[in-house]
Design a protein around this ligand. Sequence first.
Ligand code: NAD
Length: 457
Amino acid sequence: MNRIEHDTLISLNPATGEEVGRLPITAPEKIPAVVATARAAQPGWAQLSLEQRADQLRPFGKALVQAADELGTLLTREMGKPLAEGIGEAKHCGSSLDKTLDEMIEALTPEPIDDENVCSTLVFDPLGVCAGITPWNFPLSMPHWTVIPALMAGNSVILKPSEKTPLVAQAYADLLMKHLPEGVLQVIHGDGTQGQALVAADVDLIAFTGSRATGAHILERAGGGLKRVILELGGKDPLIVLDDADLAAAVKFAAANSFRNAGQVCVSTERIYVQEPVLDQFQKLLCEAASQMQVGDGCDDGTEVGPMIDGGQKAHVEKQLAAAVTDGAQIAYQSDDLGGNYHPLTVLDGCHEKMDIIREETFGPIACLMQVADDAEAVTRANNTPYGLGASIFGSSERAHDIARQLTAGMVGINKGCGGASGTPWVGAKQSGYGYHSGRDGHRQFAQLRVISEMRG
Ligand code: NAD
C-alpha cells in the first residue's frame, strides 16, 4: 500500500502492514499561510521572559509522562520498535523536561564579558520562525529535541515530521499545543515535497534531522536566502576493539548497538574493527549474543528487535548485504527470516572499505567485522569515511584515549556508547552534522547572538 493517496497520508504498521491511521496532507501552496500565522504569533511569545516560557512548558513534561503508555503504544504500532522502548522514549522526553528547561534558561540568559575598557553583554534573541523537519527512527524524541529549544529561544515553530510516523508526532504536538498560545506551534504533514516547500518559505531557521543526502539538499536550498540551518545527519559509526579489551563488555555493546531499533539509529555501530589476536573470540561471542536476541512484533512480549520501517529500507539493506557477499564477505551468523519488513540479524565477516556496506550508511541490523593489525591501522580505517557522528573504543583507558584524540568523529565513547554527560552537546563532525544540538552552545544555536557594549564608567 502507498503511504500517500491524493491528499491523505496513511500510516502503516511495519510489523503487520496494517493501517494505523490517516491524516490530511498539507497542500504545499498552503504553507506560506502557515508561516504567516507563525510569524504573527511569534512576537507575543518572545515577549515572555525565559522563566515565563519555561513555566508554560513545565506542565507539558508531566503530561507526557502521564500519556507515555498511550503515546508509546502508538509509536510502536507506527514505527515498529519494542513497546518498552516506545514508552521509554515518551517517558524520557517528559521526565527530563524540567532539567532541560533549567539548562536552557542558563544558556540563554544574558552573559557579561568585560575587559579593562569595555563592558559587553551577550544577548540571545529569537530568530523568528523555526522550521523543524524530523525523521522517523525516534519519532517522539526527534520532534522534542527540535521544538523545545526553538520555543525556549522565543521562536515560533512549524514542525514537519516524517511521513512515516505522522500520527505519533501529531499526538505529541496536540499535547504540547495545550500549553502554548495559538499559532506558536503548528504541524504540517507530507513528505519531501512539503519539506522543500517549508525550506523555501519565509522561515528564519531550519532545524533538520535526517539523512546526509536530504541535509545537503536543504543546505543548498537554504543558501540562496542565507537562512540559518542546523543539520543533524547520518552516520557510519566505527567500534574499535583493542586486544586488551574486556571482550564480554565489547560484545555486549556491539550486539546492542548494532541491532537496537533494527540498526535504525544514527549512532548504530556500522563498522567493527577488531585487533587480530581477539577477532575469532569476539566473532564467536557476537554470533552467540545475536542468536539470543528475540526478533518480532514490537507489541509482543519479549521482543528485543522489531521490523525495519518499510520495504524500501529493507531493500536497501538487502542490496548492500548481497553486494558485500558477492565481493567476498562471509555471513558468520544470520537469524531466521521472518519475511515482511523483517530483516534477519546478521554478523558479516571479512568486510573491507571498497564495499558499499562499509562506505554508506546501512541503517539495518548488520554487524560488519574487519580485522586490524594495530592501533594505527584502526585509526586510519575508522577515519576513512565522509561521516563523523559517533565512535566507540573498547580497550585499556590510556590507549583508548590516545586513539580517541586521533578519531574524526564528533562524539567518542571509551568502553561505552558515544553519548556524553548531561549538558554536553550532540555533535556530528564532517558530513554528519552542520551545527549541533543540546548543551549550552547547542541551545544557543536556536537564538540570534548579539553583543551590546559600553565603555567602562
Ligand atoms: P530523510 O532525510 O529521508 O527524511 C527526514 C525528513 O526530511 C522527513 O521529514 C522527510 O519528509 C524530509 N525531507 C525529505 N526530503 C526533503 C527535502 N528535499 N527537503 C526538505 N525535507 C525533506 O531521513 P529519514 O529516512 O527520515 O531518517 C533517517 C536518517 O536520519 C538517517 O540518515 C539517520 O542517520 C538520520 N538521523 C540522524 C540523527 C542525528 O542525530 N544525527 C538522528 C536521527 C536520525
